[in-house]
Design a protein around this ligand. Structure first.
Ligand SMILES: [Fe+2]
Length: 341
């Protein structure tokens, strides 16, 4: 039943048949679709079958009273308006009911015009509340959608920065894009969810953005790095996490922060190890290493893809998580190399 139709439905709950008939006749004549119930049990059945826009609830009934029924109806059908029907002598009880969520009360003996005004008012108030809620819901959705859009634009800008940074240097040009391809292939092999794949994609594309803080001369040094130089280069993981933090979600941030962590905990300044390292960071570590080994570096030429795979196998269980490397070897990227060999 849509909101418009439900708006016109009223359930009259009273143990006295004469009163039910009186109210039903009046409200039907005004165009409402009216049903009646004489006991609490009948009420639950009727409400369960089709929710009503409004119920008129008699306070005093044998068995379960209207006062007891009110909270049950409000809890199960918060969108149903409730008008209490009461004798003048029970006015304080009626007011108590309003405090507990009833919308209005009508006094016996009924003035039928007052009844009809009260019903109209309660249904209008309900309609307004539903509209406000719908509007709020719509607004929240819109804001969420725009936040997602804005984040995407910012991440895209950082991505452009990464590509510009890499393009400056012939050793790293295209690195992030290739790493992303490998990481996604591993993620696919591990049947990651769509959201996790999206995080994996952003984290892989942006993982080296922190290199912006690394001295180019040290990064491109042809010889072996000193301990200090190595430590300097490795700040890029922390710096990169800091750069994306304002716009990326926590999974992407942590993935970048931990992408040089060793599975066995032996990496530089490492604070977590094993499965405490986020899964995406463990995937990125393998993808990053594979691309780094198969690319030329200032201090060495590129390894063959087969040699890189052998090296990854050799470091499985120490530097790399075996779950990830096993998945990597099953990807089409690795399989092509293995069948060629
Ligand atoms: Fe890195």
């Amino acid at each position: 039943m849509d909101m418009q139709n439900q708006e016109q439905t009223v359930l009259v709950i009273d143990d006295e048949a004469v009163i039910r008939r009186l109210l039903c006749q009046k409200l039907s004549s005004e165009g409402y679709s009216v049903k009646e119930a004489a006991t609490a049990e009948e009420v639950s059945n009727k409400l369960r079958n089709s929710p009503f826009g409004l119920v008129i609830l008699d306070i005093k009934m044998p068995g379960k009273s209207g006062i007891e029924l009110l909270p049950e109806i409000k809890a199960a059908y918060p969108d149903t308006a409730v008008i209490m029907a009461t004798a003048v002598t029970e006015l304080s009880v009626a007011i108590q009911c309003i405090k507990q969520g009833a919308d209005d009360y009508i006094c016996k003996p009924f003035n039928l015009d007052e009844v009809s005004l009260s019903v109209k008012g309660a249904l209008e108030k309900r309609q307004l509340q539903l509209k406000i809620r719908e509007y709020q819901h719509h607004l929240e959705e819109k804001i969420e959608e725009q936040t997602r859009e804005i984040r995407k634009i910012f991440l895209g800008a950082i991505e452009a920065l990464v590509f510009a940074l890499e393009a400056k240097d012939r050793y790293t040009a295209g690195h992030s894009r290739r790493v992303t391809e490998v990481a996604l292939a591993i993620g696919n092999e591990l049947s990651l969810s769509e959201n996790d794949m999206e995080d994996l994609r952003w984290g892989s594309l942006l993982h080296d953005v922190g290199k912006i803080a690394v001295d180019q001369l040290i990064q491109n040094k042809p010889g072996k790095l000193t301990r200090e130089e190595y430590e300097h280069i490795m700040i890029h993981a922390q710096v990169g996490a800091g750069i994306v933090k304002p716009v990326a979600n926590v999974k992407v941030v942590e993935m970048i922060e931990h992408h040089h962590d060793h599975y066995d905990g032996t990496g530089l300044h490492q604070v977590i190890k094993g499965n405490d390292i986020p899964l995406a960071a463990r995937i990125l570590a393998v993808a990053d290493a594979y691309d780094a080994m198969t690319s030329e570096r200032p201090y060495r030429s590129a390894m063959s893809r087969k040699e890189a795979l052998d090296e990854i196998k050799r470091c499985t269980g120490t530097q790399f998580d075996s779950t990830i490397t096993t998945a990597f070897f099953k990807t089409p990227i690795a399989e092509t190399v293995l069948t060629e060999a």
